[in-house]
Design a binder for this molecule. Structure first.
Ligand SMILES: [Zn+2]
Length: 479
């Protein structure tokens, strides 16, 4: 009798042990938090070197994002306030460059920040609001191993088996895979993107090390939209350092800089729509309107559409000319497509933009997703002329540019205006020209010459309207 009881007890004990948390499978978020040392972490400071890639700035759709080598990086993350500050020194992997991003030579010192729903960059010691970056930076913060667990423990997610699902509505949803030793091995996410709708992002975490009780991966690799976006080797991690990232007043006071438009009539029926970092041009035709460029994001696109309809009431916008596929210049394309407006862009982009305007946006259902409308994409190989018999708009490809292989420019022969993006951006008045000159600008001048365009004024999609003499000066030509 006694021996039966004791063997029963032994069997029960063994069964209970099998059910106990921590034996074999991860059972709870707390187990993962404990393994990562996340339960005691309020902030992390990470240092590293490696590479980062400019998402949305490839030479052509379907090509990798341009690479920058990271000489140094310090990333401060505060999980209690939902903020981060990243300071990095990067240098382009290729010189001369291939692909987008501001043209600069040598080391680039970049400071970016997030706090809650505010994002900004620090440029020449001054904060510049960058709400367009809030989603990506919130993802950066909450997709870190400690971030995933903290988000889930704070009610933003759940754990099932070896998967932790977290989401920030309207911004991203992600599932983290918990591997051996209860450490997070990878994150698979869908991140809202102005151009792509739902953008697929993956992050892998490897080679965890113990940094004073906090386990953190020393190798982080990320892909965004199918191509590498981060490849970081972490060299140092410090937990619970002071991590105050106060929101500057200018950032708090400028929640939507993209809605600000300032338009200028540059000729009869031609309007330069500025007011922010990326401009558009509206061209009034006999019974419709052509807009050059739908940049940045939906907020900008809606503001530009409203402005054009105020400037030229009663005429439908029929075409939008898209200068190239770089995401900062095409972030409003989906919005224009949601109005049924036809895209005109380089032939090499036709298939890409057809996919873009057919893509779902489930994380952040945008104007296009909600409109149920369809638009078409028309390609330009070398030249395309839009004319109604009274006004002519000529669209030319800009071959040979190192900035992108799909650049187009628009020329208005009657007004002698040239509309272009990123090939030439006027520097501040009285600034010394870059020497040697920017190769994108030299290429533009060559292409204007090849097409024998009698340009009088440049309407650049960054900067300000300038006489063509300014372009020649920037290209290193004196006349
Ligand atoms: Zn560009």
């Amino acid at each position: 009798m006694r021996s039966i009881l004791s063997s029963l007890t032994a069997a029960l004990t063994a069964a209970l042990l099998l059910l106990a948390p921590g034996a074999g499978q991860a059972q709870t978020l707390q187990d993962v938090a404990k393994a990562l040392g996340a339960d005691t972490v309020k902030s992390l400071e990470i240092q590293g070197i490696g590479a980062s890639f400019l998402v949305g700035q490839s030479v052509l759709p379907g090509q990798p994002w341009p690479q920058f080598n990271i000489k140094s990086l310090t990333l401060l993350m505060n999980y209690e306030t939902g903020s981060l500050r990243e300071e990095a020194i990067r240098v382009r992997a290729l010189e001369p460059p291939r692909g987008g991003g501001a043209y600069a030579r040598g080391d680039l010192r970049q400071i970016v920040a997030l706090s809650g729903d505010h994002a900004w960059n620090v440029v020449a010691d001054a904060p510049v609001p960058a709400p367009i970056a809030v989603t990506d930076r919130q993802f950066q913060l909450w997709s870190t191993p400690q971030g995933v667990v903290k988000a889930a423990l704070a009610g933003q997610g759940t754990m099932q088996g070896r998967t932790i699902a977290i989401a920030v509505p309207g911004r991203f949803k992600a599932t983290a895979t918990v591997g051996a030793s209860n450490l997070i091995e990878r994150v698979d996410a869908t991140v809202a993107n102005a151009v792509l709708g739902d953008m697929v992002v993956t992050v892998t975490y490897a080679d965890y090390k113990d940094f004073g009780g906090v386990k953190f991966p020393t190798r982080i690799r990320q892909t965004s939209g199918g191509f590498p976006s981060v490849d970081l080797t972490v060299t140092e991690v410090r937990a619970n350092v002071p991590a105050d990232v106060p929101v500057p007043d200018i950032v708090r006071q400028t929640p939507n800089p993209y809605a600000r438009v300032a338009s200028q009539k540059v000729a009869d029926g031609v309007f330069y729509i500025a007011g922010g970092s990326h401009h558009s041009v509206a061209i009034e035709m006999q019974d419709h309107v052509i807009v050059a460029e739908a940049p940045l994001n939906e907020a900008r696109a809606l503001a530009v559409l409203a402005e054009v309809r105020t400037l030229v009431p009663g005429k439908p916008i029929r075409y939008v000319i898209v200068s190239h596929h770089h995401f900062d210049h095409s972030g409003g394309v989906r919005t224009f497509a949601g109005e049924g407006i036809t895209l005109v862009t380089h032939e090499a982009n036709k298939a890409f933009f057809e996919r873009v305007i057919a893509a779902p946006a489930t994380v952040n259902p945008d104007h296009l997703a909600k409109s149920g409308r369809k638009a078409t994409v028309e390609g330009v190989r070398d030249k395309r002329v839009l004319s109604d018999g009274t006004r002519t708009v000529e669209i030319y490809s800009i071959p040979g540019s190192l900035h992108a292989d799909d650049l187009v420019m628009a020329y208005l022969p009657r007004e002698k205006f040239l509309i272009e993006a990123d090939a030439y951006t006027p520097p501040a008045p009285n600034a010394e020209p870059m020497t040697p000159p920017n190769p994108f600008t030299v290429n533009l001048v060559e292409n204007i010459g090849k097409q024998k365009l009698a340009v009088d004024q440049i309407l650049p999609l960054h900067g300000r309207v300038v006489p063509v003499a300014d372009l020649h000066k920037a290209a290193g030509q004196s006349h």
